[in-house]
Ligand binder design. Structure first.
Ligand code: AMP
Length: 499
């Protein structure tokens, strides 16, 4: 896989590797920036170094990601739009000593001051040799660590080894997508979201070009302009994009798209069938996977007409596992369920993380050993409920816990509740997700008692969690309604959500 990356630099020097904010960068230009950044990294590097990268829509940010992969170290993307406190937590947990930043204007003064020693500016790197040298570290070395929402209030670090990234790239290669240097990929994801790695890393293995979507207030609409203007051929997006675009489907026609992958949240059959008319020449696939299993690890190729019955509650199947991935469905006692029964989907194999960063407690509950096909395997519990249909395709049946998706972003409602409870006079807090008629999901926070200070809670949350985790509304209540078992009656609370 890393060999293919090196090949792209030498085979396609004149071809565009990236297109960012109206400017193209060839593989040769990109390669010299990667080499230049490698030289900046060199003095700092001990073996297995972790390198923070401030995520901005800048060629040097992408070059930094590739440079770290080339040196065989581990990149940790940091989103400057997330609260400093959260980013400081990530820096602390991962003991980051070195952070690269291509655009200092995206950082707060406090952040710059606090991390003066760690921060290295990479806007004006001196070019290095055109073809970056690639180290060959052991497969077990981490390629990257991403942080996801954690129900305890602290983000959880998910380390992904190089062998997992290689296994993912090999599966993609084996699927006959026929990716070629003529392909143009859409890159719409924040770099802290692992789906972005499909969109910027995979194209580089084939000499294809990456078209990035800037983080504007209306990213989905901007994406359509980019798709249209640049005749994009391959796109991976979250289904929320089509929920947002649905009112404009009549005006959208993108005949150059040949492959469209959906991932990150449940994909509804009806809207997908409507969307197919906007991309008449594209093959649509529903792919699935948690960050813990490297980008995605099951796939359901939808038929061109999307008129089959491969849906449960209107949600399309997530299909079959990638090669090398073992999947089982278990009950609450971790026993494998009978064929056709619903259980928690558990995953094992090269794509699965070896465990959360410095989090033994979570590792004990999220992973377990079981004898599978004669061998002891370590399985990861996804928290997703599924059943197998009679063609061996997994059908998605919801979550076991209170993790929700907001525009594809993973949110543990418990994380919001935990922060809200720390506010003075807040006795209790319950966060709920609500999906409106257009399919847009938002968070609503209920707090007890009615005197709880809504402004104080909202201000605290802004300091603690990214914008997509902020509740759309906070409801102070004298007392939460209880059900017959004396538990908080969440369906009753849902009725209070303002339409
Ligand atoms: P993340 O770690 O952010 O990629 O989120 C992983 C979670 O997103 C999974 O555990 C599922 O709950 C959900 N998810 C991802 N892809 C799909 C899909 N195609 N259909 C339904 N849910 C999905």
């Amino acid at each position: 896989m890393f060999y293919e990356l090196k090949q792209s630099f030498s085979r396609y020097p004149e071809k565009a590797a990236f297109h960012i904010s109206g400017k193209s960068y060839t593989y040769a230009e990109f390669g010299t920036i990667v080499s230049g950044i490698k030289e900046i990294l060199a003095p700092a590097l001990k073996k297995d170094a972790k390198i923070g990268i401030i995520a901005c829509d800048h060629i040097n940010t992408y070059a930094a990601l590739v440079a770290v992969l080339c040196t065989g170290d581990t990149f940790i993307p940091i989103d400057p739009s997330h609260p400093d406190e959260r980013n400081n937590q990530i820096i602390l947990q991962s003991e980051l000593k070195f952070i690269l930043c291509a655009d200092l204007s995206v950082l707060s003064d406090d952040f710059k001051q606090n991390h003066k020693q760690r921060l290295h500016y990479i806007n004006d790197v001196l070019p290095g040799s055109a073809v970056p040298f690639l180290a060959e570290p052991p497969d077990e070395q981490n390629a990257y660590i991403l942080f996801t929402s954690g129900s305890t209030g602290l983000p959880k670090g998910v380390p992904i080894q190089r062998k997992s990234l290689s296994a993912f790239a090999s599966s993609v290669q084996s699927y006959g997508y026929n990716i070629s240097p003529d392909d143009r990929f859409l890159q719409i994801f924040d770099l802290t979201f692992d789906l972005s790695i499909f969109s910027w890393f995979i194209p580089l293995l084939y000499g294809a070009c990456v078209y990035t979507v800037p983080k504007t207030s209306n990213r989905f609409a901007t994406a359509v302009e980019i798709l249209e203007e640049n005749k994009i051929t391959i796109a991976l997006t979250v289904p929320s994009l089509i929920h947002f675009l649905r009112p404009y489907f009549d005006e959208i026609l993108l005949p150059d798209l040949r492959l469209w992958l959906f991932c990150g949240e449940a994909l509804h059959r009806d809207i997908t069938a409507e969307w197919q008319k906007c991309i008449p020449n594209a093959f649509i696939e529903n792919v699935y996977g948690p960050t813990e299993a490297t980008i995605f690890c099951t796939r359901y190729p939808c038929s061109k007409e999307i008129n089959d019955d491969k849906a449960y509650n209107g949600i399309l199947s997530i299909g079959k596992p990638f090669p090398g991935l073992s999947t089982i469905l278990v009950d609450e006692n971790k026993n494998i369920v009978k064929p056709g029964e619903t259980g928690e989907l558990c995953l094992a194999g090269d794509q699965v993380t070896s465990g959360y960063l410095n989090n033994e407690e979570k590792n004990r509950t999220a992973f377990f050993d079981i004898v599978h096909k004669g061998n002891i395997s370590r399985f990861y519990r996804t928290g997703d409920l599924c059943f197998l249909d009679n063609e061996g395709d997994y059908m998605f049946a919801g979550r076991l816990d209170t993790q929700v998706k907001i525009q594809g972003f993973r949110v543990e409602l418990g994380e919001i509740e935990n922060h809200a409870r720390t506010v003075h006079h807040v006795d209790n807090a319950v966060a709920l997700a609500h999906t409106d008629d257009r399919g847009n999901t938002s968070i609503h926070l209920f707090v007890e008692p009615s005197e709880a200070n809504v402004i104080e809670i909202a201000s605290l949350l802004k300091l603690k969690v990214p914008a997509y985790m902020l509740p759309q509304k906070i409801y102070p209540l004298a007392e939460f309604p209880l059900n017959v078992n004396g538990k908080i009656d969440k369906p009753e609370l849902k009725k209070l959500i303002c339409k």
